[in-house]
Design a protein around this ligand. Structure first.
Ligand code: PAF
Length: 293
């Protein structure tokens, strides 16, 4: 696996691959890689001729300096984890390469960043959009891979790429879960054994709420999901919400494809999760369409 730490070095490798007619995939990460990230690396390897993983803890998307300071920096073990995945290049720039003195540009995406995690983390999605637009331009990738676990982030990036006509296909990949349902996240490492035991309640609450919505209840039933998460031992619930799957507009009833999203605090970790939810009638008509009748 090659390593680049500056944009000219990165572009030298990319130019050589382009001359050889190769397509390029990129997996943007902040490191501390787990099986969720590795599934993105595998998806890139499958889809593109050459794959780049980027490793950069982006200060612009942290609104809490203590959170930024304690974010794990684990380049050597990340490199070892990536070794079996056939990744061609690790792009691990230092902060001054990404944000040189005098850096003054901000990429800001509205509407899809309203509410949900946007409410609690002012400036977070601007930081994500700014760094991801830089990484997409720096790598010139044909495909970029992001996890559905960060669904509002994925939607924000899709909207940015569409609005700015960036020539890249954004590929959303399914959330990877532990067998008890907990979505993999670098933040899970902050949980004590007791907190880890109660963490799957977040996914269980979403699954149960999705069933009630499919049976025809309205979004009022999500208050029970929030209460269930709190009763399971979470310290505070930020939101449990039903949103349109494409534009994240809030929904009262399950009358079109939607996403059910939640965020809650457990000890030192703020956990997020989401699942797709579709109206029951649409599921059966989809099944008929897939069968071809
Ligand atoms: O999801 C992440 O790890 C980060 O938000 C990303 C997309 C790498 C941007 O820093």
């Amino acid at each position: 696996m090659l390593t680049a730490r500056t944009v000219p070095d990165l572009r030298r490798f990319v130019r050589a691959w382009r001359r050889a007619g190769c397509s390029i995939g990129v997996v943007p990460t902040m490191g501390a890689l787990h099986a969720g990230h590795l599934s993105l690396a595998a998806a890139s390897r499958e889809r593109a001729d050459r794959s780049i993983v980027t490793l950069f803890v982006n200060p612009k998307q942290f609104n809490d300096t203590a959170d930024l300071a304690r974010y794990p920096r684990t380049e050597e073990s990340d490199r070892e984890k990536l070794a079996p995945y056939g990744i061609d290049l690790l792009f691990a720039p230092p902060p001054e390469v990404m944000y040189p003195a005098g850096f003054a540009t901000n990429v800001s995406v509205s509407s899809v960043t309203d509410g949900l995690c946007g409410a609690d983390r002012p400036g977070h999605f601007d930081g994500v959009a700014t760094v991801v637009s830089k990484l997409l331009i720096q790598t010139g990738a044909d495909f970029a891979f992001f996890g559905e676990k960060d669904y509002q982030q994925l939607t924000t990036i899709r909207r940015m790429v569409r609005d700015l006509d960036l020539p890249v296909e954004i590929v959303g990949c399914p959330t990877v879960r532990d067998p008890d349902g907990l979505a993999l996240s670098s933040r899970n490492a902050l949980l004590s054994p007791e907190e880890r035991a109660c963490a799957p309640a977040l996914h269980r609450a979403l699954t149960a709420a999705a069933e009630r919505l499919r049976k025809g209840e309205d979004a009022g039933c999500l208050a029970d999901a929030a209460a269930g998460i709190a009763a399971a031992g979470f310290d505070a619930v930020d939101y449990v919400e039903l949103r349109d799957a494409e534009d994240l507009v809030p929904m009262q009833r399950l009358d079109r494809p939607a996403r059910l999203l939640a965020a809650a605090h457990l000890g030192r970790a703020r956990l997020i999760d989401n699942i797709p939810v579709e109206p029951a009638a649409r599921n059966s008509s989809d099944r008929r369409n897939r069968r071809g009748n």
